[in-house]
Design a protein around this ligand. Structure first.
Ligand SMILES: *Cc1c(COP(=O)(O)O)cnc(C)c1O
Length: 368
């Protein structure tokens, strides 16, 4: 079986985790601080604040903006449910814009059509590891005085025209077990804004600046040193991890370039894709339906993912929710029924890749 994700740690992780265990200080401490510095370095950003998961990091990124009920956050309906849940957790209203055909990320034209007096935030989701089309979004943010909060949960180290993910306002990353970098559960917020970073640090720790002196309403959003110890060695070798993911993606794209009806993921001009997922789209001209295709993958022992089976607004809790504004999003509605993610992670062997290619070609071209 070739899994869709694979987590493997080495001696370096064991050593760092053991050091924390033996130190007896296992909550948030110096290792979290070390990890934050290293992550800020990766993102070429002034501040990185680690928290206990990626949903928390989205929530904190919005809470720091003091959103009021009725305030609107425009985001993509084609995302993991955490994006929507985080918006709702802050009391704001989620407004769902359409996505682009070429990268499945939020469409700036659709965003502009949905801006109202109440819009406060644009929240692009850098889906599958490729950043959204940021330039027009930045222009809209300037024009309408909005803040950009990036859901960069899948995009550690991605960039757009040379500017790193997480540097456009507030950036939110997940460190969940399946992400490119992981602490099991974890998240981290990035920003170049001193005041936001300071307030999130205080918020993370019960609103406490000094012991038992509470300066704001806070929470416990802390990551632990045990978790941070796991991430530091992964960060050190992240350039190699990205190289492997990228060369895997390029190999798949070269090998599958000539299949009728199959749209392959493209790294768009000026964007550095970090290949969290390698997602193909089966158009109507494909030789098989998506259901038949995933059955062929399963029969061949190949793990796959459907990210995501429905638009977030289509699930029962959000259908009649007055704080979820689902507009007509024809591109998203179409794409959601056609995507399949194939394994691209850095533990694939050449044999694994050949097997994936052979299976896909056989299924969609009838080739042996
Ligand atoms: C993983 C993910 C999150 C949430 O992260 P958790 O760490 O699982 O809470 C948010 N948004 C997107 C797009 C994700 O993929």
């Amino acid at each position: 079986m070739i899994p869709i994700t694979s987590v493997a740690f080495g001696e370096e992780e064991e050593k760092r985790v053991l050091e924390v265990l033996r130190s007896g200080m296992i909550a948030q401490g110096p290792v979290v601080a070390e990890f934050e510095t290293a992550f800020a370095d990766l993102c070429q950003v002034k501040h990185a604040v680690a928290v206990n998961n990626g949903t928390t990091s989205l929530i904190a990124s919005l809470q720091v903006l003091d959103l009021k009920p009725g305030d609107e956050v425009i985001t993509s309906p084609f995302t993991f449910i955490a994006t929507l849940n985080a918006i709702l957790a802050t009391g704001a209203t989620a407004v769902l814009a359409d996505i682009c055909e070429e990268d499945f990320n939020i469409d700036p034209t659709s965003v502009e059509n949905l801006i109202t007096e109440r819009t406060k935030v644009i929240m692009p989701v850098h889906l599958y590891g490729q950043m959204a089309n940021m330039k027009p979004l930045v222009n809209l943010a300037k024009k309408y005085n909005l803040t950009i909060v990036e859901d960069a949960a899948q995009a550690h180290g991605a960039s757009y025209q040379g500017q790193m993910a997480g540097t456009f306002g507030l950036g939110s990353f997940s460190l969940y077990a399946t992400k490119n970098l992981t602490t099991g559960e974890g998240g981290i917020i990035t920003t170049n804004d001193d005041a936001y970073a300071d307030r999130i640090r205080v918020m993370r720790n019960q609103g406490m600046r000094q012991r038992y002196e509470y300066v704001m309403e806070g929470n416990n959003y802390r990551l632990t040193d045990l978790q941070a110890a796991l991430a530091i060695p992964q960060l050190n070798r992240y350039p190699e991890t990205l190289q492997k993911r990228t060369s895997n993606a390029f190999f798949l794209s070269e090998s599958l370039s000539d299949v009728e009806g199959l749209q392959l993921p493209k790294q768009l001009e000026g964007r550095k894709h970090v290949w969290h997922q390698y997602t193909v789209r089966l158009g109507p001209e494909c030789a098989m339906t998506r259901d038949q295709f995933i059955e062929a993958l399963t029969d061949a022992g190949i793990g796959y993912g459907i990210y995501y089976p429905k638009l977030v607004s289509e699930y029962a809790p959000y259908l009649d929710n007055e704080r979820v504004q689902a507009h007509s999003t024809p591109v998203a509605a179409n794409v959601v029924s056609q995507v399949v993610s194939l394994p691209v992670h850095d533990h694939l062997t050449q044999d694994d890749l050949n097997h994936v290619v052979r299976t896909v070609l056989q299924a969609l071209k009838g080739k042996k």
